[in-house]
Write a protein that binds this ligand. Sequence first.
Ligand SMILES: [Zn+2]
Length: 164
Amino acid sequence: MTLLFTCLLLAVVAWIVFDRRRHARLKTACVAAFEHAYSLVSPRPGFEMGYSYGEPVFQLQFASRADMQAAADANAAFLAAIDALCRDRGRKRQFKAQRAVFFQHPGEDEPVAAHCCDAMRAQIGKAVAYETARRAYGLRTSIIGTPVLPISHCPWCGSSLPPA
Ligand SMILES: [Zn+2]
């Protein structure tokens, strides 16, 4: 009985290790694809990879709509690369990069200067997640799949942020 339990435990641990390594390999490949596609793009968009219901999802945050449009070639190249890398990652249907990659930019009515300080502006889309519609700020947590941590003050200048 104890032996059976030990075997089961070992199998579970082995599966977790395998899954983590698989994720780490995919993430390395996707980051490389991003670096490659945007090597000539300036300013470089923010890049974030996560999982939604077990399928990889990607968020590319541009500083403005114009920056996003200027990077159209890089965006197309990135979509093609992600399609090739994640081909076998679909759960219920074929994986499509078009559905998994989100190109974003701040709304036109939301001036970039609205943020409290330069440090905050620099971290939007990186350490800080900003939701334009609700004007909500949150710290990104490093573990894939965990939600952002809502914050009410700027970590750099201490300004009060709009309540979420
Ligand atoms: Zn600030």
